[in-house]
Write a protein that binds this ligand. Structure first.
Ligand code: GLN
Length: 466
C-alpha cells in the first residue's frame, strides 16, 4: 500500500475533500466500531483542529504534510486535558496534566488526534484482553484477539479508523498486534523517541512506536517524533531518514535468522514453512542468508519477564491513590494504600507487581534479578557479535496465530511464551519492524542499534521480494 498520509495531503491541498469531513467520517467510524478500540474520543478538539486546517486551505496558505492527518493514541500517553486511563480502574477518571513529547511533536506538525485507544492495562499483556473497556477484537477475524498490548491502535489502523496510531512497545506490544492485524509496526532503537509522558511500564525497554499501513507513513511519523529531549535523559539525537534513502537496499548483503526460533516444536507448522519459503526468496535475490545461534526462547522470555516485572513493580508503586487515581479510603493510611491498589489493579497487573517485588526482595534479588541483568548483557553481546556478521536479522513475529478471545486469560505462562520472538530484541534495545508479509503474522526485521534506516530499507526490499 502507498502512503496514506501523502494521499490525504494531496486530497486536502487539491480541495478534493475537507479536513472536517475527513475527521467527522473517521470519528463516526470509531464511534460505531464493534472491535472495542476506543477508550475515549477526542471529538470536540479534533473537529476544532480540522476547522482550522480547512480555514488555512481556504485562505490559500500552505499546509505541512501531517497537517490535518487523523491519528490515534494508545491510552498510555499523556495528552493534556484528556482521560489517560491505561485501561485501568485505578486511572479511570484521571486526566493528563501535560502532553507527552512524542505526541507534542505530532500536534506541532498539525496531525489531529481522534482517540485514546484501548490496550492491555499498563501495557501488561499480549492480547488486549486485560482492560476495563472490553477485549479488543481482531480486525481480520473478530473471534480472535487483537494482540497486545497496543491492540486498539493496530485495529484502528487496519480498519482505516486512523491513518496511523502511536503504540508503545516494551516487549513486542507494537510488533505483535501489527502482525496479528496485518499492518506495519515499528519499535525504534531505544532512546530515539522520548518516553516523556508515556506511562512507564519497564523503563529500560519502553519505546514509542508508530503503526501504519505503509513503510513511508512509518518513516514520516518516525522522523517527526524522533529526537533528543531534555525531559528524557535516555534520548539521543538521530539523523532524519530521507525518503529516497530507503528505496535502495544495495548495502544489505547478508541476512541472518535464529535457528532455534524455527527448529522448535513450539512454532506453528505453517508459520515455519512460510518463513523458510521467505528465506528462499531472499536468497534467490542474491543475498547471503546465515543461520545463527541464539538463546533458548525460555531464557529470553524469563529474562524479559524478570526485568519487566521488577521495573513495573517499581514504576507502579507511585499509584497508591494519593496523588493519582481512584482512592478507596481504608481505616488508616496503610489500609488505604492496600485497598486502593488491590481493588483497582487487574489480576494480571497484580501478578506482575507481586512477582516484581518478590524478585527484588532480599534473598531473591541476587539469585533472580541480578542474574536477569547479567543475562541481558550476554544477550546484547550476542547481538553485537551477530551484527558483525550480518546486516539484518529476520524472524517470524510470533510462533503462533492469534488465539480466540478468552483463551490467553486461562494460561498466563502460555501468554508469556507467545512473546518469545519479540522480547529478545527489546532487551537488546534494537530497532525492529513488523511487516505484514511472509507469514500469517508477518515478519520481523531487526538491525543493529540506531540503524532504523536499514530496517526500513530492507522492508522496502521485501515488499518487492515476497
Ligand atoms: N506482552 C509483553 C508483556 O506483557 C509485552 C507488552 C508490551 O510491550 N507492553 O510484557
Amino acid at each position: 500500500m502507498d502512503s496514506q498520509i501523502r494521499k490525504i495531503h494531496h486530497q486536502l491541498v487539491n480541495k478534493e475533500i475537507t479536513c472536517t469531513d475527513l475527521v467527522q467520517e473517521r470519528l463516526d467510524a470509531l464511534k460505531q466500531n464493534t472491535n472495542n478500540t476506543v477508550n475515549s474520543l477526542l471529538d470536540t478538539s479534533a473537529l476544532d483542529l480540522a476547522a482550522k486546517v480547512d480555514a488555512k486551505i481556504a485562505n490559500g496558505d500552505s499546509i505541512g504534510l501531517l497537517e490535518g492527518i487523523p491519528f490515534g493514541i494508545k491510552d498510555v500517553y499523556m495528552v493534556q486535558g484528556t482521560y489517560t486511563t491505561a485501561s485501568s480502574d485505578l486511572l479511570k477518571n484521571y486526566k493528563s496534566a501535560y502532553t507527552a513529547t512524542a505526541i507534542r511533536k505530532l500536534l506541532d506538525a498539525g496531525a489531529i488526534p481522534l482517540v485514546k485507544e484501548n490496550c492491555d492495562s499498563f501495557g501488561h499483556g499480549s492480547s488486549s484482553e486485560n482492560t476495563i473497556f472490553g477485549a479488543v477484537k481482531n480486525a481480520v477475524n473478530s473471534n480472535l484477539v487483537a494482540g497486545g498490548s497496543s491492540g486498539g491502535s493496530a485495529v484502528n489502523v487496519a480498519k482505516d479508523y486512523t491513518v496511523f496510531s502511536v503504540g508503545g512497545d516494551t516487549g513486542g506490544s507494537v510488533r505483535q498486534p501489527a502482525g496479528y492485524n496485518n499492518v506495519y509496526g515499528l519499535k525504534p532503537t531505544y532512546g530515539r523517541i522520548s518516553r516523556f509522558g508515556l506511562m512507564a511500564y519497564a523503563s529500560s525497554t519502553d519505546c514509542v512506536g508508530p503503526i501504519a499501513k505503509s513503510i513511508e507513513d512509518i518513516r514520516i511519523v518516525l522522523n517527526v517524533m524522533s529526537g533528543k529531549d531534555g525531559k528524557d535523559q535516555t534520548t539521543y539525537a538521530s539523523a532524519e531518514i530521507p525518503q529516497n534513502g530507503i528505496l535502495t537496499s544495495e548495502d544489505i548483503k547478508t541476512v541472518g535468522y535464529f535457528k532455534n526460533f524455527i527448529e522448535t516444536d513450539a512454532i506453528d507448522s505453517q508459520i515455519k514453512s512460510d518463513f523458510l519459503a521467505a528465506i528462499e526468496k531472499i536468497k534467490a535475490k542474491g543475498i547471503q542468508v546465515k543461520a545463527l545461534d541464539f538463546f533458548e526462547s525460555e531464557t529470553l522470555v524469563s529474562t524479559y519477564y524478570t526485568l519487566a516485572m521488577a521495573e513495573t513493580a517499581s514504576n507502579l508503586s507511585r499509584l497508591d491513590g494519593t496523588n493519582y487515581g481512584n482512592r478507596i479510603e481504608g481505616d488508616n493510611l496503610k489500609d488505604t494504600y492496600a485497598v486502593t491498589r488491590s481493588e483497582n489493579f487487574s489480576e494480571e497487573t497484580k501478578r506482575r507487581i507481586v512477582g516484581g517485588n518478590q524478585l527484588l526482595s532480599q534473598g531473591f534479588s541476587d539469585e533472580i534479578y541480578l542474574k536477569g541483568l547479567k543475562l541481558r548483557d550476554q544477550i546484547s553481546e550476542n547481538f553485537e557479535n551477530d551484527f558483525k556478521e550480518v546486516d539484518i536479522i529476520i524472524s517470524p513475529v510470533t510462533p503462533n496465530t492469534p488465539p480466540k478471545i478468552g483463551e490467553s486469560l486461562k494460561d498466563p505462562l502460555a501468554m508469556y511464551l507467545s512473546d518469545a520472538y519479540t522480547v529478545g530484541f527489546s532487551l537488546g534495545q534494537l530497532p525492529t519492524l513488523t511487516v505484514p508479509k511472509g507469514t500469517a503474522t508477518g515478519l520481523q526485521i531487526t538491525a543493529a542499534k540506531n540503524n532504523d534506516e536499514l530496517v526500513l530499507k530492507f522492508a522496502n526490499f521485501l515488499k518487492d521480494t515476497i
